[in-house]
Design a protein around this ligand. Sequence first.
Ligand code: S3P
Length: 439
Amino acid sequence: MSSIIPLSSSKSNALSGTALSPGNKSISHRAVLLGALAVGETTITGLLESEDVHATVGALRALGATLEKRGEVWHLHGVGVGGLQQPTAPMDMGNSGTSTRLLAGLVATHPITTEFFGDASLSKRPMGRVIEPLSQMGATFAATDGKLPMTITGTKNPMPITYTLPVASAQVKSAIILAGLNTPGTTTVIEPTRTRDHTERMLRAMGANLTTEDLGHGATAIHITGYAELKPMHIVVPSDPSSTAFPMVAAAIVPGSDIFLPGVGMNETRTGLFICLEEMGAKLTYSNEREEGGEPVADIRVQYTELRGIDVSAERAPSMIDEYPILAVAAAYAQGTTRMRGLHELRTKESDRLTIMAEGLAACGAHTEIDGDDLIVHGTGKLAGATTIPTHLDHRIAMSFLVAGLNSDAPITIDDASPINTSFPTFVEMMTALGASIK
Ligand code: S3P
């Protein structure tokens, strides 16, 4: 982890220009994980070069796969489904929940023992949600209170299961699917609410026997039949809507802004924030809608307009789960109340984002409330600022408050910007190129 870097943002002139967001973090993890299992050479362009993705790359090397970057292209030589080797040392997952949970699924159905550890934030996050289904498949776990450090002893005789997700989580869904790849028969995951489907799309493209079934009322069953040979392929990683969210909201709250965001991921399991912003009155113009790397993308122009408060249903949460911190900032700059419902999962992220956004925005002068699992922001169109926000090793808290400071009366400081490197190492450079005042 890098050393502590305090940063401040202050009232900026209108933002303008073009901002190309970095590679999609979820797709980057899956590209290296599945490339490491394919037989033959997988190549990847546009991979997100961030600490989280490098944690997955490091682990896959320790498990026997070959991953090398030459020029701008990553070249992977996979070990084949079932071919992972026993690592020789505990694996450092840094800040990355996605690396930990997806890799847990992968190793659970290999006869190897793997030890995972992580930073202070990751060590507080719940792993019981993967321990439970993967135990049913035959793996055994040692983890105090269901937290890292965690040792997984994979099984040589995995059992296919049918598992209904108790929480809407693409990480848990993906862990079970990855375990199912090296399991005889068909493993089924039922998700009551749709979550991001990047694992399913990529596995199908690589030739796995994966089907989905619409169960009605928003529920989906995903069936994966084990022991498929994955075909290597060239993967183009599109940009990340969760990263695009920051310049997008910045332009929506800084008067006069007009920015262009090319190649934004438009997978409908990820676009909840865009819908919310439009409901708030933001001016988003979509053009050049196309497919890149098997994912829908579009170019988006964002022009400043005044925002108004809205009511966001709990059903929308999975399609924008990482975007609530920055939506709360937009809500503070809107006129009227925004109620964001059903946010219990926000408490289990890199930090307790529900509490930290409510407290942080209040410290900036907003009137916020938490009612059960709902976050309520009474927007007045302005923030006072003049405060320092602790970021709690959470990249999205750090970026959200830097964006909040771009239109506050006095600057907003964050105590530590180094967590931004986990997902968006070029954030400050990109925002300052648009005209944001961040120092
Ligand atoms: C992710 C899924 C989400 C999200 C995380 C990335 C993924 O987590 O918050 O940043 O890549 O599958 P949950 O599955 O815990 O909701």
